[in-house]
Design a protein around this ligand. Structure first.
Ligand SMILES: [Zn+2]
Length: 76
């Protein structure tokens, strides 16, 4: 499980960077590149997703249920 998933969104045109695990750098680079190619685009939103993971206690009827990995489904 990644510690965090990052992406950047242009607040002018709605363009979105790629989504990356554990490193906001590619999104920041994308923002600079996007602003360089689009002179009206200068404000960006950093999207950061983090996750909690819980485990059922021994004896819980859900203890043997296979776990999904929802963070992989969160990607666009
Ligand atoms: Zn833009």
């Amino acid at each position: 499980m990644p510690d965090a998933i990052y992406s950047m969104e242009c607040m002018t045109c709605g363009a979105v960077s790629e989504v990356t695990d554990n490193d906001a750098g590619p999104g920041q680079y994308w923002s600079l590149s996007h602003a360089g190619r689009n002179s009206d685009c200068r404000v960006f939103k950093l999207h950061t997703e983090t996750y909690w993971q819980t485990e059922p206690a021994c004896g819980n009827p859900h203890a043997n249920v296979k776990r999904r990995e929802p963070w992989s489904e969160a990607r666009r």
